[in-house]
Write a protein that binds this ligand. Sequence first.
Ligand SMILES: Nc1nc2c(ncn2[C@@H]2O[C@H](COP(=O)(O)OP(=O)(O)OP(=O)(O)O)[C@@H](O)[C@H]2O)c(=O)[nH]1
Ligand SMILES: [Mg+2]
Length: 487
Amino acid sequence: MTSFTDDARIALDNLTDRAAGLVNPTIRLGVTGLSRAGKTVFISSLVHNLLHGGRLPLFEPVQSGRVSAVRLEQQPDDGVPRFQYEDHIRALVKDRIWPDSTRAISELRLTIDYQSASGWNRLFSPGRLSIDIVDYPGEWLLDLPLLAKDFRTFSEETIALARTGIRNELAQPWLELTGACDITEPADEMRARGLATAFADYLKACKSDERSLSTLPPGRFLLPGDLDGSPALTFAPLILPPQGRPEKGSLWAMMERRYEAYKSVVVKPFFREHFSRIDRQIVLIDALQAINRGPEAVQDLERALTDVLACFRPGTNSLLSSLLGRRIDRVLVAATKADHLHHESHHRLDALTRRLVDRAIQRIGMAGAGIDVMALASVRATREATVKRDGLELPVIVGTPIEGETIAGETFDGLKKTAIFPGDLPENPEALFASFESGDRDVQLPEVSVVRFRPPALDETGGGIKLSVPHIRLDRAMQFLFGDRLA
Ligand SMILES: Nc1nc2c(ncn2[C@@H]2O[C@H](COP(=O)(O)OP(=O)(O)OP(=O)(O)O)[C@@H](O)[C@H]2O)c(=O)[nH]1
Ligand SMILES: [Mg+2]
């Protein structure tokens, strides 16, 4: 999967990390999810709640009063952009707008001073733990499996999938173009660009809001960053003959070389410098969005989740796993934005997410140990209430829709509050999945509210100090992700 020198470097980096960790205990917490899943909001709220003494009853170290100080410190990696916590929190708390999309990797170090719970450890100086939070796009994770695939396999799999379901329609222009091209013709830059653009357009169409299909590799085709236009990003899968090797100088040879370049320029450095150093991981998914978009989006999310979790499975490749070891020992899959539902439905969102994860775990033959699942809201933008209608008490959620949001013909100005009936998920997720499997494309999915609310106005204490950001179960996530390291 990686070359020997890569492996040696990873081993060395890991050793250096561990040696540094002996002096100052540190864990690296990876936060990932496909774009718009809620990574930036999750990290901002987690840090804000720790810094400002948020309500965290399920986070034991804070609940039992053992945390004495929390502060932000300089991050260890000078080459990685800092997670701009202050900007994001200003947007959320002061301006009450959602932070901008981030689209690349960033890092933030949070240091916690605490009293150990065990008398024995208390004998040695007070405890200190640094948490290096690393925010990176889930699309980059989906690229990792490419390391084990040659150009032929990549082409075959990508084209086969592009011919299924709704993708077939979206992929038509690209499939026609690639079907008509002669892969033995001499390599030509314009031809390569035409194919790459058509292929990228197909991937973008899948990702668009109405479709919400989870992205497929190569991830950088959607988030090119500073590699935009480089040869490593100017390739596309090809329809290949069942056997044979490309002729030197042919279009086929060129595309194959560029695919390999993509792996060595984009995928390997990410693996080596970031992924291989993570200790704990949270994967955020927007399950409600997928449910809203229909069965294909849900199945697609399941496929993406399977690929993502496969990255965390130890033991697929002996060399790799011996280096990576048990390094990532806890993975949390969290369905975000639970504040779109009434609390009675939270456990249903839990169950549905668990079901998605269980199937993924089963498919890749991975032990479920070290994996947890929950529904949460990093920022709770709504509160619950009941309204009377026809003598019945009905649960509603109340919030301020963002400016320009239209509900039942009324366009909101970003100031007015409104109550809406939240979505309702089925008690038993099995029914939902059974209807997917029947192959029936017209199955009725539960109605879930899609209203976008503004972040909440925070309560103030007497002294005019704003309290911390309200959330749902963020404390439970913290407990799972690093509570044990503060024991
Ligand atoms: N109501 C509610 N909305 C949320 C919550 N978390 C995220 N959102 C919404 O989801 C959007 C995306 O959240 P981000 O945190 O920016 O997502 P991201 O994963 O960092 O996205 P990229 O940076 O584009 O990859 C936000 O603009 C909010 O509209 C939440 O806890 N509650
Ligand atoms: Mg972000």
